[in-house]
Design a protein around this ligand. Structure first.
Ligand code: IPM
Ligand code: MN
Length: 354
């Protein structure tokens, strides 16, 4: 029987609670469809950092490279200054494992409330392909005369031809494979102001686009994209963008699909090990209360199964999530679901088994 070795990084805050429910769903789906998991747990996160001063040891990174996929709960601890865990663990994982795609579906499931009054599931169904290793996140820049009144702080956006091209190519391929009415790839940029970076992106978009005559090519500035995501989300099929814009527009996307309780994403290296995570943070104020919504983590696990090629198991989880939303949940928000974290996981498992 096929056995997948999965690294599990529950992380901080509510991370361990939602991860536990995702593991329950994964096990149930594997039993039902006939394969196995071996879960290898790693205690990366704020607690380990505070106790041992360790963020992401090289030895752990080397082990992770040998596994089939990584499931991450959340990183972020109130006792650690902002930036330390994010750059030392999450971003280091993305960069070191070359997880150059951040794939973030924005899908409104039936029965989920969206703040967009006149929109429904038929209108909100698109995917953001966010470049995940370059741009403003590359850490290029520095200070001059720090701490003086003449201080200069520079933060540069790094865009390589190769990095832009592989991201755009992934987006075109993904768009071609996706089950959508119209095949359309929208480049989300800022060609009118950021005239170096987005000139490169736009040129590569049209060059690579020649290989995809079946896909409609579309461009919009990032500010306009924010407007359309609210006014006409049905315009979008697949959106490709850089790291910073992708970070921002996917929080907006998470809100129109029902919030952080449901939004999941994949950090993907198509030729290596990939990492799946709920988009929301560690929500420390809800930690240990059985109040947080585990569906985003369960959806991350579902994306992981799809990535591993276990389509049947992935579909089982997706179906179970949809049934849970429609039959059992009052809301997707933490503390308002009408069920606890574990009980939501139990319902999902029940539907997977039935
Ligand atoms: C995300 C998060 C991260 C990011 C933070 C925690 C570093 O907001 O995954 O979107 O900015 O990429
Ligand atoms: Mn973000």
């Amino acid at each position: 029987m096929k056995t997948y070795k999965i690294a599990v990084i529950p992380g901080d805050g509510t991370g361990p609670e939602v991860t536990a429910e995702a593991l329950k769903a994964l096990k149930a789906a594997a039993v039902k469809t006939g394969f196995k998991f071996r879960f290898v747990h790693y205690d990366l996160g704020g607690e380990r950092y505070l106790k041992k001063g360790e963020l992401l040891p090289d030895a752990v990174l080397d082990e992770l490279r040998t596994l089939d996929a990584i499931l991450l709960g959340a990183i972020g601890h109130p006792g650690v200054p902002p930036g330390v865990l994010e750059t030392g663990i999450l971003l280091r994982l993305r960069f070191s494992l070359d997880l150059y795609i951040n794939l973030r579906p924005v899908v409104l499931y039936p029965g989920v409330r969206t703040p967009l009054r006149d929109k429904g599931p038929e209108d909100i169904d698109f995917v953001v392909v966010r470049e995940n290793t370059e741009g403003l996140y590359a850490g290029s820049g520095g200070f001059l005369r720090k701490g003086t009144t003449a201080e200069v702080a520079i933060q540069e956006s790094v865009n390589t031809r190769q990095g832009v091209e592989r991201c755009i190519r992934f987006a075109f391929d993904y768009c071609r494979k996706r089950n959508s009415r119209e095949k359309k790839l929208t480049l989300c940029g800022k060609t009118n102001v950021l005239t170096y970076a987005w000139n490169l992106w736009e040129r590569v978009f049209h060059e690579v686009g020649k290989d995809y005559p079946d896909i409609e090519k579309d461009y919009a500035h990032v500010d306009a994209i924010c407007m359309w995501m609210i006014k006409n989300p049905e315009f979008f099929d697949v959106i490709v963008t850089d790291n910073m814009f992708g970070d921002i527009i996917t929080d907006l996307g998470a809100m129109i699909q029902g919030g952080m309780g449901i939004a999941a994403g994949g950090n993907i290296n198509p030729g290596g090990v990939s990492m799946f995570e709920p988009i929301g943070g560690s929500a420390p104020k809800y930690a240990g209360q059985n109040k947080i919504n585990p569906l985003a983590a369960i959806c991350a696990a579902q994306m992981m199964l799809e990535h591993l090629g276990e389509t049947r198991a992935a579909d089982l989880i997706l179906g179970a999530v949809k049934k849970t939303i429609q039959n059992d949940l009052r809301s997707l928000d933490a503390g308002r679901m009408g069920l606890g974290t574990r009980e939501v996981g139990d319902r999902v498992v029940k539907y997977i088994r039935s």
